[in-house]
Design a protein around this ligand. Structure first.
Ligand SMILES: C[C@@H]1O[C@H](OP(=O)(O)OP(=O)(O)OC[C@H]2O[C@@H](n3cnc4c(=O)[nH]c(N)nc43)[C@H](O)[C@@H]2O)[C@@H](O)[C@H](O)[C@@H]1O
Length: 391
C-alpha cells in the first residue's frame, strides 16, 4: 500500500536557532536525494523549543511548530515537509521506528586522510536514550513526553548529508527514521543552486514580516516601493537583480554579545569600539538613523543607550513577546536589518550570516552586506565572504 517514509532529525541541544536553520538545508538536500530515487520520503520538521538562547522568562517556548516562524507552503514547494504533530496523526501514534545517533569516528581521520564514510559503530558518548519497562526508548523528543523510539543505533558518519541516503534506503523496512545530531553531516554543496533553493524557500511567516514592515514604516521611514525591496511571497519568482535593492535610510546593525564576549574573543568589539564604528558608518553613508539588533544583557543595553542614545530597537511588550516568542523577535530583528541601506554584523555569527542571505535574496549590492565589526585590537580583520545566489 502507498505510504510515506518519514525522515525526522534533531540537532545538538546547545546549538542556536540560526545554526539549526542551516542544518535544515542539509536535511532538505538529503530528502531531495532520497526522493530522486523514487521513494516517497517526507521531512518531519523538528518542533522548536528549549533553546539555550531563548531565555525570556515566564513565556512558554516548547513544542513550537515551524509554521509560527516560517511559511509552511513555501517550504513545501521545495521539498515535502510536515509538522511533527501531523506526523503523529498520520503515523498512528508517537512512535519512531529507528533513531540513528550520528557521531564522528572515535579514531578520527585515519592516516590524516579525509574520506567520506558511514559505519555502524559503538556509541562514543553516553546516550540520552534509555529503555523503559515496555522495551521502548525514552529520550528528548522536543518536549513530547509520549514519544518513544523502537530502536536506537549509533552511526559514525563523515561526509556530506547525502551519504546517509544508501543507509536509509537499506532501512526501508521501517517507516520512520530519526537522525539525531544531524549537524554531524556536512552540506551536500554549500552555496550551490540546491542550497539556495532551500534557503530561498525558508520564507519567514507572514505575520512576522508584517510586524517588521510596520516597524520600518513607522520608525525608519522605510517602505518596499521607495527602497526597491519589493518582495514576492512566492520565492520561485523572487529573483532580484544584484544591486537593485536600495534599502531604507538607516544603518542596520547586528551586535552579538552574551557567549560571544565571555570567551574574550579577539574578533568581537567592546561596546565603545562598536559605537565608534557605528558612528563612522552613519557619517560615511549619510544615514541619521540606526537600527540595532542585539542579544546584549540589561547592563550592556543600558551602556549602549548611554553611548548611542539615538539607536532604535524592536522592543516588544510582554504580551507581544508571548505571541512572537524569542524566535519571532529574532526573525523581526533579522528582517529589519535585511532592509537597511547598509548592514554590519558580528564575526562568525550565524545570526548575521542569515541576514547576509536575506539581503542577497532581496538584491542588495554585496558591498552593503558583507561587513562585520572588528575586535578593538584585532590585527587582520577579514570581512565575511560573499556567497552569490545561484538560481
Ligand atoms: C558560539 C555559537 O554561537 C552560535 O550563535 P550564533 O551563530 O550567533 O547564532 P544563533 O545560532 O542564532 O544563536 C544566537 C541566538 O541568540 C539570540 N540572538 C542573538 N543575537 C540576537 C539579536 O540581535 N536579536 C535577537 N532578538 N536575538 C538574538 C537569538 O535567540 C539567536 O537565535 C550558537 O548557535 C551556538 O550554539 C554557539 O553558542
Amino acid at each position: 500500500s502507498f505510504h510515506w517514509l518519514y525522515l525526522l532529525y534533531d540537532v545538538n541541544p546547545p546549538e542556536g536557532f540560526n545554526l539549526r536553520r542551516d542544518v535544515y538545508i542539509r536535511m532538505a538536500s538529503l530528502v531531495k536525494t532520497l526522493t530522486k530515487d523514487g521513494d516517497d520520503w517526507v521531512l518531519v520538521l523538528p518542533p522548536w523549543g528549549r533553546l539555550y538562547h531563548w531565555q525570556s522568562p515566564d513565556i512558554y517556548q516548547l513544542r513550537i511548530p515551524w509554521g509560527e516562524f516560517f511559511s509552511l507552503t513555501s517550504l513545501q514547494v521545495n521539498v515535502p515537509v510536515i509538522e511533527y504533530e501531523e506526523f503523529i496523526a498520520e503515523n498512528g501514534g508517537p512512535f519512531i521506528d529507528q533513531v540513528l545517533v550520528l557521531q564522528n569516528y572515535a579514531e578520527g581521520w585515519t592516516d590524516g586522510k579525509w574520506e567520506e564514510k558511514v559505519d555502524k559503530r559503538p556509541c562514543i558518548e553516553k546516550l540520552i536514550y534509555s529503555k523503559d519497562k515496555q522495551g521502548f526508548y525514552r529520550g528528548w523528543f522536543w518536549g513530547y513526553e509520549e514519544t518513544r523510539a523502537r530502536n536506537v543505533t549509533c552511526i559514525s558518519a563523515q561526509g556530506h548529508a547525502s551519504i546517509m541516503a544508501p543507509v536509509l534506503q537499506k532501512n526501508i523496512t521501517v517507516t520512520s527514521v530519526m537522525l539525531d545530531r544531524a549537524e554531524t553531516l556536512l552540506h551536500d554543496h554549500y552555496a550551490g543552486k540546491d542550497y539556495w533553493d532551500t534557503r530561498r524557500s525558508m520564507v519567514f511567516a507572514k505575520h512576522l514580516r508584517l510586524i517588521g514592515d510596520n516597524f520600518r514604516a513607522t520608525h525608519l521611514n522605510s517602505t518596499d516601493i521607495s527602497d526597491s525591496t519589493v518582495y514576492s511571497e512566492d520565492w520561485t519568482r523572487m529573483k532580484a537583480k544584484l544591486g537593485s535593492a536600495k534599502g531604507g535610510p538607516y544603518l542596520g546593525v547586528h551586535l552579538r554579545r552574551k557567549d560571544f564576549i565571555w570567551g574574550h574573543r579577539e574578533d568581537v568589539p567592546s561596546l565603545k569600539g562598536a559605537v565608534k564604528k557605528i558612528r563612522s558608518l552613519m557619517k560615511k553613508h549619510k544615514l541619521d538613523k540606526v537600527f540595532l539588533a542585539t542579544d546584549a544583557d540589561g547592563g550592556e543595553l543600558k551602556e549602549l543607550k548611554r553611548l548611542l542614545p539615538e539607536m532604535l530597537r524592536f522592543d516588544p511588550s510582554i504580551e507581544d513577546l508571548e505571541l512572537l516568542k524569542d524566535g519571532g523577535v529574532a526573525i523581526i530583528d533579522q528582517w529589519i536589518c535585511a532592509h537597511a541601506r547598509f548592514f554590519i554584523g558580528t564575526s562568525v555569527s550565524t545570526f548575521s550570516f542569515r541576514i547576509h542571505e536575506e539581503r542577497e535574496i532581496l538584491g542588495f549590492d554585496p558591498k552593503t552586506t558583507y561587513n562585520r565589526f572588528c575586535g578593538d585590537s584585532e590585527k587582520e580583520c577579514e570581512q565575511p565572504t560573499h556567497w552569490k545566489i545561484v538560481y
